[in-house]
Design a protein around this ligand. Structure first.
Ligand SMILES: NC(=O)c1ccc[n+]([C@@H]2O[C@H](COP(=O)([O-])OP(=O)(O)OC[C@H]3O[C@@H](n4cnc5c(N)ncnc54)[C@H](OP(=O)(O)O)[C@@H]3O)[C@@H](O)[C@H]2O)c1
Length: 452
């Protein structure tokens, strides 16, 4: 096969191969370049580069844990997918996958060692420094030389990172503008993204704030950190946030069970951002049977969390969308469900956990303890009425987020059923209210005191 040499001023790149690469984002041409160091850079090219000007481009720093394994410690995979989507949508552009950039250039093992430091309290910068490593050791020279080999002269660069812009410019590529790649922060990435903004100068890596949400379509990432509240760490259960949309008269569905949609698009985009912010999203099997929700993150840029269904006897329909493979699913059941049905779900890649039951169904303390022990530190509970009620009754709620829609329904499904409260003084009193008008709806959030 023929090869092309290109001089980037200090080294020579050799083009090894070019071949069509169909992907789920669209058709690209994969072109591989070898550096004298032996490192290989792959460029995914969409359409014709033509005169090389105004090319939509991304230099994506490799991240095995994020890009391949779907790690929730970083925003890399979301950015990679957003970039490929944007380039494919434009039918012209290039993504260079930059090997050697693991952990901002410190290498894979050092990046994992830095995670240990972060688990002990350091931020992403101090973790590197504590290991005696540079904060950012990335060299953009070879990747920029790849752009040169492709005939790229000026780019609209997909990045939030001003140092990447400087790197390209100093290597001779004209950066006309940047195109943001923000990610809805999760309880796991929020501090990391904030550090990148505060200490590394990244431009708004967490996207729009709630108050700026004019149109979800132009807010691909939505920062709902404030709405989520201050995460309390419990040893035996996740931080639990209840979220539902109700009419002004407190109904989450009509008398026929219809709930689509009580709230508007903006309020529902917030629900998707809250899903992306949490490790898990939980509903009762009643909601799955009535509404057949997907429970994935679609209205904002963010990772879908583990979907969790409480289902005492496995009434869950085989065709339920929550069982489809776009995200992981856990069904929590009791020994009242059939072993054959549990096995059938496991064969479909669904995690099935058996815990003890109580008179309302699944014993919530047992279920939440199991979720906590298997890595769920924050849990969004999206209903329906029976599950919301039992969460309050079991006193395991940390935060309540309610979208109040300008609707009066009359008879219907009430958000919260009987809690045995007979006097106002005996009611659960919430505190630390936040309030956000959202299009026609009103979003309200409170903390639930833990010392009741
Ligand atoms: N507006 C909104 O935000 C919103 C959100 C969600 C749902 N909804 C509406 O709510 C309605 C569904 O409400 P729902 O009360 O029937 O459904 P649900 O709360 O989602 O599910 C209730 C079922 O979950 C199972 N379950 C297992 N353990 C439980 C426990 N500890 N506590 C409570 N339930 C437990 C029970 O069935 P088994 O005994 O068979 O296990 C129970 O019947 C639908 O009309 C839906 O549209 C509205």
């Amino acid at each position: 096969m023929g090869s092309v040499d290109a001089d980037d001023g200090s080294s020579v790149l050799r083009e090894m191969v070019r071949v069509a690469l169909p992907t789920s984002f669209g058709l690209f041409e994969a072109r591989a370049f070898e550096h004298p160091s032996g490192r290989v850079y792959v460029a995914l090219v969409a359409g014709e580069i033509g005169d090389g000007h105004h090319v939509l481009a991304r230099l994506h720093s490799e991240c095995l844990t994020g890009d391949v394994f779907g790690s929730l410690r970083c925003d890399c995979r979301i950015q990679l997918h957003q970039a490929l989507r944007a380039i494919s949508a434009e039918r012209r552009g290039v993504l260079v996958y930059v090997t050697g950039h693991e952990g901002r250039g410190i290498g894979l093992v050092n990046k994992l060692l830095a995670y240990v430091e972060q688990d002990n309290g350091a931020d992403t910068i101090d973790a590197n420094l504590q290991l005696g490593l540079p904060v950012d050791a990335r060299d953009y020279g070879p990747a920029t030389a790849v752009l040169g080999c492709l005939g790229v002269q000026s780019v609209r660069l997909l990045t939030n990172n001003p140092r990447k812009v400087d790197g390209l410019r100093s290597a001779g590529i004209d950066v006309l503008t940047t195109v943001a790649l923000a990610t809805t922060p999760s309880s796991r990435t929020s501090a990391y993204l904030q550090t990148k903004e505060r200490r590394l100068g990244h431009v708004r890596p967490t996207g729009a704030q709630l108050a700026e949400l004019d149109d979800p379509a132009i807010a691909p990432a939505l920062d709902v950190t404030a709405l989520l509240g201050k995460l309390r760490r419990h040893p035996d259960r996740p931080y639990v946030v209840l979220k539902y949309a109700q009419s002004l008269d407190g109904r989450i569905a009509t008398s026929t069970g219809d709930a689509k949609w009580i709230s508007g698009d903006h309020e529902r985009a917030v629900s998707h951002a809250l899903r992306a912010a949490c490790d898990g999203v939980l509903v009762g099997v009643g909601t799955v049977i009535r509404d057949d929700p997907q429970l994935t993150v679609r209205m904002v840029a963010g990772a879908s969390p583990m979907r969790i269904v409480l289902d005492t006897t496995l009434r869950l329909p085989d065709a339920a969308r929550v069982l489809e493979p776009e995200a992981a699913t856990t069904v929590i059941t009791t020994d009242r469900s059939s072993a054959a049905r549990r096995a059938a779900l496991r064969r479909r890649g669904v995690r099935v956990d058996v815990v003890r039951g109580d008179r309302t169904g699944i014993d919530l303390h047992a279920a939440l303890e199991l979720l906590r022990a298997t890595g769920t530190t924050s849990l969004l509970v999206e209903g329906g009425s029976k599950v919301l009620t039992s969460m309050f009754a079991a006193r395991v709620v940390d935060r309540v987020v309610v979208g109040v829609a300008p609707l009066v329904i009359g008879d219907g499904t009430q958000a919260i059923g009987s809690l045995g409260v007979t006097s106002v003084a005996g009611a659960i009193r919430l505190e630390n209210r936040s309030m956000y008008p959202l299009d026609g709806d009103l979003l309200l959030a409170w903390d639930v005191p833990q010392d009741r």
